[in-house]
Write a protein that binds this ligand. Structure first.
Ligand SMILES: C[S@@+](CC[C@H](N)C(=O)[O-])C[C@H]1O[C@@H](n2cnc3c(N)ncnc32)[C@H](O)[C@@H]1O
Length: 277
């Protein structure tokens, strides 16, 4: 077996390994709700103690359905804008490009330098269609590299919860002003979840502790987002139907009810925020 790639990440960047592990574990199943062979390849290529650190990947399907919620929105966008650009902020080791590629999309990954160092070793750039930028989503550089000429979709999957609320609001305000007519898809955590991370109570029995997630989403926060200048609308996205009595029957039923969806138990809140033209 070839040498596996050593991983030395901590803090927020390490969370990408939890997501990857859950997704890959689901993708290994014959009845998986997400086809993601690239995620499986990555887990197999990494020298990282996934099971010792995170335990059994009990939330594989939950995580895979969240990823599919983003995938479906990206496919919809590519249906309208086959030559459009997707900017994936905080992409970590997401393998979404390989799930949704239409052969024409241009894809820009933006992540912190330590994450990009790992990502580009495993998933080298393939310009001009697929490029990676090392830097913060809160910096200016990626805004200059985003290209709305053939349609632009911004994606922040598993990222904004790690920011302070005013950082999220400023980022949305900047994007809305810079990219009229574009959309950002994003997810968040509900307030109870955010509080638990602040108190250090989001941890696995193996001792891995999730970092604080200061930005939380509830109905009031959605109203604050809608009130940001140049934001034309905010739409909740519902995870697709999954497998088994919970994900295949109960959760889809409960997810029809907004107040239950906002509790974040049946799936974390995912939204599409549309910028005014
Ligand atoms: C929970 S992971 C999500 C990874 C991926 N989007 C997914 O859903 O699997 C959080 C990601 O955000 C990245 N990140 C943290 N702070 C960032 C920042 N200021 N700008 C860009 N990326 C950031 C981390 O490096 C990591 O890749």
């Amino acid at each position: 077996m070839p040498d596996r790639t050593r991983v030395a990440l901590d803090g927020v960047p390490e969370t990408l390994l939890w997501n990857l592990y859950q997704r890959a574990t689901e993708a290994r199943r014959p009845d998986a709700v997400l086809r993601d062979p690239k995620a499986v390849e990555l887990v197999d290529a990494l020298d990282y103690p996934f099971a010792e650190r995170f335990g059994a990947a009990a939330l594989g399907q939950w995580q895979a359905l969240r990823a599919r919620c983003f995938d479906e929105e990206i496919r919809r966008f590519l249906g309208d804008h086959p030559d459009g650009q997707v900017v994936a902020l905080g992409e970590g080791l997401e393998t979404q490009f390989w799930r949704v590629d239409n052969g024409r999309v241009r894809w820009l990954t933006v992540d912190l330098p330590e994450t990009v160092e790992l990502r580009t070793r495993l998933l080298p750039d393939d310009p001009p269609r697929r490029r990676t930028l090392a830097g913060s989503a809160l910096d200016e550089e990626w805004l200059r590299q985003a290209d709305p000429a053939n349609g632009l979709l911004l994606s922040a999957q598993g990222l904004l919860m790690y920011f302070e609320p005013d950082q999220v609001h400023r980022l949305l305000a900047t994007c809305a002003q810079r990219f009229p007519g574009a959309t950002m898809i994003l997810d968040g955590v509900p307030p109870w979840f955010s509080r638990r991370t602040a108190e250090g109570r989001m941890r696995t029995t193996q001792g891995y502790q999730a970092p604080p997630m200061p930005w939380a989403v509830d109905a009031a926060e959605k109203d604050r987002i809608r009130a940001i200048p140049n934001i034309a609308g905010l739409r909740d996205l519902r995870p697709p139907r999954g497998r088994g009595p919970l994900y295949g029957a109960l959760f889809p039923l409960l997810n029809r009810l907004r107040p239950i969806r906002e509790l974040g138990v049946t799936g974390l809140p995912v939204m599409a925020v549309r910028f005014a033209r």
